[in-house]
Design a protein around this ligand. Structure first.
Ligand code: MG
Length: 348
């Protein structure tokens, strides 16, 4: 097996910021990712992507340093489990790089089997148009957030980032630009105590069209604080920063009503699938989210849609220079229709 990788700067359509950016320079306009390609002796290929987030202490260098340690001779499209055991045993963490390799291995294996990835994983065929993704509005001035909301008129569900001192102005700006539309709120751990979080959630519930609140508080707060909030919250709570992997499912069942899985957080599709299944087994709602990502990672996520209640796979519509074409976001509806690639990730 040969392993090749390259950094690529995804260009954001709009300046991007979330609550955790506010204290450190306020967001970004370019988002570097790393594309990975595997090629074996039979000419079979697999494509993957790492989208390293500074929120998790990851960047281009942490990804490429890990990839440089990998001996590609230890990887095989015919032995995903053995290949992943080798990759996961190299060093702890480094989930974005592991994610890229896992996706590339699964792309090659499912192409070799002549199946789309979702069928290769035993999840049945992709239900065209049945899965609707939200479209995310990042933190900005109220005027800019209203403008982005108007531009996003074709998307049926919005997700907006809160967790700044201007929450009320920002929410009012988005709401006035999209009366009646369902809004999902993501505070990215921006409310620091259970009392502050409850006060904000009660205010949001009075709007009547807020679907749920994602990560209201910091994940490191005691489970008892989370359980206190869960018992009182008038809106469903979704844990994102709170949910790294399947191992967190039991704690999350005490803290929140549902969880948000991201492939770069769990370390790929194999672990992402496990994380979704573990949460469902405990009665939690499941959401699949993303970072700023190209169509490679977004398509990989779409293949897990059958295991989700909510999708937030808009990373590839927030950028202007996607070098790949895969799952399409047709006014929020995910579709592979018209995509020439019929097996593997279905990405070209
Ligand atoms: Mg989130």
């Amino acid at each position: 097996m040969e392993l090749a990788y390259r950094q690529f700067d995804l260009a954001l359509r709009h300046h991007w910021a979330i609550a955790t950016d506010l204290g450190r320079g306020g967001g970004k306009s370019v988002y570097p990712v790393v594309f990975v390609e595997l090629k074996d002796g039979q000419g079979r290929t697999g494509l993957g992507e790492a989208s390293p987030s500074s929120q998790y202490g990851e960047n281009h260098a942490t990804v490429t340093e890990f990839l440089a340690r990998v001996d590609p001779k230890r990887l095989s499209f015919d032995d995903i489990a053995g290949s992943m055991a080798y990759i996961e045993g190299l060093v702890p963490g480094r989930y974005p790089a592991k994610c890229a390799l896992n996706i590339a291995l699964l792309d090659g294996a499912s192409k070799a089997a002549g199946k789309p990835l979702c069928e290769f994983l035993g999840l049945g065929s992709f239900r065209e148009g049945a899965h609707v993704s939200s479209f995310t509005i990042g933190i900005d001035t109220p005027e800019a957030m209203a403008l982005k909301t108007v531009e996003a008129a074709r998307y049926p569900i919005l997700k907006m980032k809160l967790g700044s001192p201007k929450d009320r102005e920002n929410f009012a700006a988005v709401r006035s630009a999209a009366p009646g539309k369902w809004i999902r709120v993501d505070a990215n751990a921006g409310w620091k105590t259970r009392e502050e979080a409850l006060e904000r959630i009660e205010w949001l519930a009075s709007d009547g069209r807020v679907e749920f609140v994602e990560q209201p508080m910091p994940p490191e707060l005691p489970t008892a604080d989370w359980a206190w909030l869960k018992a009182r919250s008038p809106l469903p709570l979704i844990g994102d920063e709170l949910y790294q992997s399947a191992a967190d499912a039991t704690r999350c069942a005490e803290c929140v009503h549902g969880i948000n899985v991201k492939l770069v957080k769990t370390g790929g599709v194999t672990r992402g699938k496990e994380a979704l299944e573990a949460a469902r087994a405990l009665g939690l709602k499941t959401m699949l989210g993303c970072m700023i990502e190209s169509s490679v990672l977004i398509s990989a996520g779409a293949h897990l849609a059958a295991l989700t209640d909510y999708l937030d796979l808009d990373g590839n519509v927030l950028i202007t220079n996607d070098p790949y074409r895969g799952v399409l976001n047709l006014d929020g509806r995910m579709s592979f229709e018209g995509v020439e690639a019929q097996s593997g990730l279905r990405v070209r």
